[in-house]
Design a binder for this molecule. Structure first.
Ligand code: GTP
Length: 181
């Protein structure tokens, strides 16, 4: 059976771990080196997911667009986001300001893809104590909920680690399942 292709985007500030999450998901590897993404890089991976609320298994080819991180000087080009069914919006648990910018990224994504699904990844959980993660999780919910257009698009928030692999497969699989709904 031919696979369904779906475009998804990785969005977030620079250095939060977008490329590392893709690398962990596809190559099962992690590197401490930081090579900033320039422009966009597209990776592919085929996953099998259960269609939501059924037992039907669907093969989905994910086209994962890794976008250069947002900085003070450079915003994400909306044209990169066009045609995406979903986004993983990533923040870095060791840099609170990256959590505070989550609503901005979600708003931009949904302004281009009004029906797109969003999953939030609070990354680098291996560097932060459990109780602090819980507090930062609450903070991220608060900032997202303060912007109704962002709140209604977010399906779930996970704390992830590209280094240890915790919750990495889950975020990609859940997004894939939601994108074929
Ligand atoms: P840009 O391309 O500049 O937007 O960066 P990015 O968001 O793709 O970040 P990248 O994956 O390049 O990671 C930035 C740095 O953080 C690298 O040194 C990674 O090794 C490190 N890093 C990424 N994820 C994790 C993680 O889960 N845990 C730890 N400890 N380090 C991480």
């Amino acid at each position: 059976m031919a696979a369904i292709s779906k475009k998804m985007c990785m969005i977030g500030d620079f250095g939060v771990g977008k490329t590392s999450l893709i690398r962990r998901f596809i190559e099962r590897e992690f590197s401490d080196q930081y090579l900033s993404t320039v422009g966009v890089k597209i990776s592919r991976k085929t996953v099998e997911v259960e269609r939501v609320n059924t037992t039907e298994i669907v093969t989905v080819q994910l086209l994962i667009w890794d976008l250069e991180g947002h900085t003070k000087f450079k915003a994400i080009a909306p044209s990169y986001l066009q045609g995406a069914s979903g986004a993983l919006v990533v923040a870095d648990l060791t840099r609170q300001e990256t959590l505070e910018r989550l609503p901005e990224h979600i708003k931009l994504f949904s302004s281009v893809n009004a029906k797109g699904s969003v999953i939030v990844a609070l990354n680098k959980s291996d560097l932060v104590e459990e109780d602090k993660i819980a507090k930062l999780n609450d903070l991220s919910k608060e900032v997202i909920d303060s912007l109704p257009t962002a709140k209604e698009r977010v399906l779930a928030t996970y704390s992830t680690s590209a280094k240890t692999g915790v919750h990495v497969d889950e975020i990609f699989h859940e997004l894939a399942a939601r994108m074929i709904r």
